[in-house]
Design a binder for this molecule. Structure first.
Ligand SMILES: [Mn+2]
Length: 325
């Protein structure tokens, strides 16, 4: 934990908060938890939260309407303190990176394995369940309000797949249990923000499952969605969430790979592992990163299956080392 955390905030007149680009549940939950904490306990501090547009399903969180666009901040603005959350490196802050770089003091709370500690003050536990669990520890339970609890619970369930991933620990469950006792509507948060699927999402999932291929006796599964596929159903990248998890959940699968095209040959790759294969080694080959069992990358190609073939070779090599045949 950051020992002088509260002191850093109270010594600042202005505080900025940001998370990573294309914000997910843990990113939005941690940023709004931090905003609400500062607004509640440090009303004298001017606090701003900058994020890329967030999914509508997260907009029930208190003060989500206070989220601002970093591009609107004039050059030369210097925050006394800038807090980066759920973000493994400065460049992942997107447009907010320049605000972070210009700030007098910087702070980072994160759980990404690849985080090298790029802020002045860091609280980084690699492969902890979520940034929201770290924030729960950092705030201390007695200072968690119902509004903050909603934000933290949301982040924890999104990064643990509602407590199913191996990053879920006894401490994660204890934290979640405490948050539930704050009177939050946790069944609704799980259903509305995690399990609910739109018709477009279901159709894209169907498309990916119909067209997926398996390799190495079904230990590897891969699917590709092209820009053309997306246009057919009017889908955007946000409609493809959850596909790689569904592929991974196929019986016998050790590694799932999902590639989708953003535009003109720019593909985003997501990978998931069920066993001991280290995916950061594989995504690192393409300049990506993430966690051992969940990692991603971006690549430009006109032949996405050739990328999948390279991944299969790398996974095979790891299988050999691990004695998996
Ligand atoms: Mn996270």
């Amino acid at each position: 934990m950051i020992d002088n955390f509260n002191e850093l905030i109270s010594n600042a007149k202005t505080v900025g908060i940001s998370g990573h680009v294309r914000p997910d549940g843990d990113c939005v939950g941690s940023c709004l938890a931090m905003y609400n904490y500062i607004a509640t306990y440090f009303p004298q501090v001017e606090v701003h939260v900058y994020l890329e547009p967030i999914p509508n399903i997260f907009k029930f969180l208190t003060n989500s309407d206070k989220i601002e666009d970093a591009t609107t901040v004039v050059d030369g603005t210097v925050f006394d303190l800038y807090i980066a959350l759920d973000c493994s490196e400065g460049s992942r802050l997107g447009e907010a990176e320049r605000l972070f770089e210009a700030a007098k003091t910087t702070l980072c709370i994160d759980h990404h394995f690849s985080n090298s500690g790029f802020a002045d003050y860091s609280y980084i536990i690699p492969d902890d369940s979520s940034t929201c669990e770290l924030i729960y520890n950092q705030f201390g339970k007695e200072r968690i309000t119902k509004e903050i609890a909603e934000c933290l619970y949301l982040g924890i369930i999104h990064d643990t797949g509602v407590f199913q991933y191996s990053c879920t620990t006894e401490a994660t469950m204890a934290a979640a249990g405490y948050l539930m006792a704050k009177g939050i509507d946790y069944p609704k948060i799980c259903t509305d923000t995690y399990f609910a699927k739109t018709m477009i999402q279901n159709r894209m999932l169907g498309k990916a499952l119909l067209n997926c291929k398996t390799f190495l006796d079904g230990k590897i599964i891969a699917a590709v969605i092209t820009a053309e596929d997306m246009a057919e159903f009017g889908a955007q990248s946000k409609h493809l969430e959850g596909i790689v998890q569904q592929l991974r959940d196929t019986t016998g699968v050790e590694v799932a790979v999902f590639l989708y095209e953003l535009e003109d040959g720019d593909f985003k790759g997501s990978t998931r592992a069920t066993g001991d294969v280290d995916l950061t080694v594989i995504t690192g080959e393409f300049g990506g990163g993430g966690h051992k069992k969940a990692a991603g990358f971006s690549v430009n190609t006109n032949d996405p299956w050739s990328i999948i073939n390279r991944i299969i070779e790398m996974v095979s090599a790891q299988f050999k080392e691990l004695g998996i045949d």
